[in-house]
Design a protein around this ligand. Structure first.
Ligand code: PMP
Length: 325
């Protein structure tokens, strides 16, 4: 018998999928860790579980307590599922610019959702800072604090990284992914470098994020913007501090959208926007490294979370983006 003990037991152990169209085009084996197959539908289920387990173990979260978080969506969705499964309440603060699909889903899952204007991190009304303030004023509540809570990257150091190592039999040339909190990139990069320091670890970055310039020059500067959600950062989060990064690759929105539609039309994979940045960066890296290399990236979440935006041609056209017919 092979029975999984509830929702929480179904998190992780996702397939590693060969992305055939981009692999065949580049002559490299480009592999996507299928995080959209987690039971909450995204890579963030892993971090949400580790953050809650850590708070339980440290005695901070007691029965009937509330988990509070500022999130662009996927972490909140993971937290809301796990809170239901474990008997906690969930309060989510989300920027009103996030896709309506994610906001509605959070409410359907039973989380209390407060939408707030999207303002920069330095503003005290920024959604992340607000979530911390609200949590500190509540009884029996924790602030998940995914950006600076190291339980986040530990999830990937202890699970995603070892799974990739095992699934590739240790035969991997490069790891590349975009960062939101940085938990996924950091935990996997730290684990893989310990196994083999020759594995190239590369940060993928959308326009409008400061990490590309940080890795290239040591300065946090930004230019432009992106329609992708859940990735990009104007600062170095605690989860990204002290983490190896051999290089960075910037991917613009036209390339990310081209990749998303190619994955759908040629590979049968219906993916969210951050996957376009990840796979776009993997393709650019494959061209740098030359044929015959194996590159691993992340399929963070599925396309149904972005149907009204990324898969709405009128919306894309307003942004000057024209995917293939
Ligand atoms: N893609 C999507 C769609 C996300 O929601 C997130 C998390 N915000 C990421 C990528 C990045 O993951 P991480 O926080 O581990 O850097």
């Amino acid at each position: 018998m092979d029975i999984t003990p509830g929702f929480v037991g179904a998190i992780g152990n996702t397939p590693l999928i060969r992305l055939n169209s981009v692999s065949d085009e580049t002559g490299c084996e480009i592999l996507g860790k299928a995080e959209f197959m987690n039971p909450g539908g995204s890579v963030k289920d892993r971090a949400a579980l580790y953050i809650i387990k850590d708070a339980e173990e440290r005695g901070l979260l007691k029965p009937g307590g509330t988990v509070v978080e500022g999130t662009a969506g996927n972490t909140g969705i993971g937290l809301a599922h796990i809170c239901n499964a474990k008997g906690y309440k969930c309060l989510i603060i989300i920027p009103e610019t996030q896709s309506p699909e994610k906001i509605e889903l959070l409410r359907t899952l039973g989380a209390e959702v407060r939408t707030v204007p999207a303002v920069p991190y330095k503003d005290p009304n920024n959604y992340v800072k607000l979530s911390g303030t609200i949590a500190s004023e509540m009884e029996n509540a924790i602030w998940a604090n995914q950006f600076d809570n190291l339980a986040n990257r530990r999830a990937h150091y202890e699970t995603t990284g070892p799974e990739i190592w095992q699934q590739t039999d240790g035969k991997i040339d490069a790891w590349v992914t975009a960062t939101g909190t940085g938990g996924t990139y950091a935990g996997v990069a730290m684990f893989l470098k310990e196994q083999n320091p020759d594995i190239k670890c590369v940060v993928a970055d959308p326009k409008g994020s400061a990490l590309y310039s940080y890795v290239k020059t040591g300065e946090l500067t930004t230019e432009g913007s992106s329609i992708t959600e859940g990735i990009g950062s104007s600062r170095l989060t605690s989860n990204m501090q002290g983490v190896p990064a051999d290089d960075a690759i910037q991917v613009d929105d036209p390339e990310a959208v081209r990749i998303i539609y190619q994955l759908l039309q040629k590979d049968g994979l219906f993916m969210g926007g951050s996957v376009g940045i990840n796979v776009g960066a993997a393709v650019a890296l494959a061209k740098q490294l030359g044929p015959g290399h194996r590159i691993v990236t992340v399929l963070c979440d599925g396309g149904s979370r972005y149907q009204s935006k990324l898969f709405n041609r009128d919306w894309l056209a307003e942004k000057g983006l024209f995917p293939p017919a």
